[in-house]
Design a protein around this ligand. Structure first.
Ligand code: AMP
Ligand code: ZN
Length: 431
């Protein structure tokens, strides 16, 4: 039985580490020789590549940060000649200058390989029809999934995101067996289907592959239930390549493609590497990447690593599902709160719809938070029940999250719907 797309996924640790070490040496040389930014940075810090004698010495290298990447806009980190670039992708740049990512032919091969491993692990096979509702364009979700599904040999419907009614019609008429999109867009699609009387659970659709934003386990269960599918997860970011850095197996463990991405977890404040199992910021070093090699890139994502073979047989290191980002964390009344914790609480109430918004605002000198969440129509109409439920939800949030959060139950359908990455936190502190 072909259990893995590539045998390396279940290789003995020594084998994986050997590959990592040899690719790392090449990556370091590649960055040092071809990217002036890295040459200067390494020389400045007094790092001599020849002194790094194993991956244990990695902490001697400086970090690369998102602001380094922005500062090098557009192509300061490009390590290949213009003629060798086959594709550009970019971050949205919604919070600053975008980061442009160049890919060589080899990089595109690696991307397709990593994506194929992920989709294969979810049970995607050549006979599947994949509807790709990630946005095509500079955003890596569209092409990344496209390449991966084509590598396996699937038929792809490049629906891109948006035109939700058409998504439902395509799902129904072409009988896609696999859907790719963000979890929040999956919900939007499910809602449309219900409104138009299309029962997704009766269609051939059987697998959903979701990523690009944090989502709670409760959200995953909700999507599985409403679509009648098994939901799998992808993790990645544009700066490192796009989706395909890590993927879930059928035991719902996120495996990192660590023969291409060397992971470390650091304390975001002290910047020290943390021991296995401790939660901190994920730092990734690209192995074997040509277009834009990155050394110790601080992802901003919070997780912990777990080694040891998974029940699925893979030896690739596992990472915990992303709890949030260092810059997503809300500090309310001195307590750290992640939006995903709030989501988990809300989705635990069957009377509530999975559509919510978190408002952050100033109350005196302190930051305060309030939650608006849609409630089922019959409860919205009954004021006394609504008030009682608001009280119950606020009480549960207080127990789980540890802060007082006023809750307003709003009419079904009244909050904005997502077609890509959901914007659930509204920050009213400035402007
Ligand atoms: P982008 O470069 O636009 O694809 O955004 C990458 C970021 O999206 C990551 O750094 C994470 O913060 C977030 N992200 C991607 N996949 C996941 C996931 N499976 N769970 C939680 N957050 C994710
Ligand atoms: Zn596994």
């Amino acid at each position: 039985m072909e259990r893995f797309w590539n045998e390396v996924e279940a290789a003995p640790r020594e084998g994986i580490e050997e590959v990592q070490w040899s690719r790392f040496q090449e990556a370091l040389r590649w960055a040092f020789e071809r990217v002036p930014f890295y040459r200067d940075k390494l020389l400045q810090e007094g790092v001599r590549p020849e002194r790094i004698s194993s991956l244990e010495d990695l902490p001697e290298l400086p970090f690369t940060t998102k602001s380094d990447l922005r500062y090098q806009y557009p192509l300061g980190l490009c390590a290949i000649d213009q003629g060798e670039v086959l594709l550009f992708q970019a971050t949205s740049g919604s919070t600053g200058r975008p980061v442009i990512v160049p890919y060589s032919r080899e990089d595109l091969e690696v991307w397709a390989e990593c994506m194929a491993r992920a989709l294969w692990a979810a049970g995607v096979r050549p006979e599947d029809i994949c509807q790709n509702a990630y946005s095509y364009g500079l955003f890596t979700g569209g092409l990344g999934y496209h390449y991966g599904a084509q590598r396996i040999g699937c038929a792809v419907i490049p629906a891109s995101s948006g035109f939700t009614e058409r998504q439902v019609v395509l799902l129904r008429d072409l009988g896609a067996t696999v859907l790719f999109c963000t979890p929040s867009y999956a919900l939007t699609i499910a809602e449309y289907a219900e409104k138009f009387g299309v029962d997704l659970r009766k269609l051939p659709l059987r697998i959903g592959h979701f990523g690009a934003e944090p989502w709670s386990v409760e959200m995953r269960d909700e999507i599985e239930e409403r679509m009648g599918i098994e939901a799998y997860e992808m993790y990645g970011m544009t700066e490192m390549m796009g989706p395909g850095v890590a993927f879930s197996c059928r035991y719902r463990q996120l495996h990192i493609n660590e023969d291409y991405f060397y992971p470390e977890v650091i304390d975001p404040v002290t910047e020290k590497v943390l021991p296995e199992g401790e939660e901190g910021e994920l730092v990734l070093t690209s192995l074997g990447r040509r277009g834009m090699p990155l050394l110790r890139y601080r992802t901003g994502d919070l997780t912990a690593l777990e080694r040891g073979q998974c029940r699925c047989g893979r030896t690739l290191v596992r990472m915990k599902r992303i709890l949030g980002r260092t810059d997503d964390m809300l500090i309310v009344g001195g307590v750290n709160v992640f939006p995903s914790q709030v989501e988990g609480v809300l989705l635990g109430f069957t009377e509530l719809e999975p559509h919510y918004r978190i408002r952050i605002f100033k109350k005196g000198y302190m930051d305060a938070m309030a939650v608006e969440v849609e409630v089922k129509g019959e409860i919205y109409a009954a004021e006394a029940r609504r008030t009682e439920l608001e009280r119950q939800v606020a009480e549960k949030l207080r127990q789980v999250v540890g802060v007082e959060v006023p809750v307003s139950l709003v009419a079904p359908g009244s909050l904005p719907r997502s077609e890509g990455k959901a914007k659930r936190v509204v920050d009213e502190r400035r402007g």
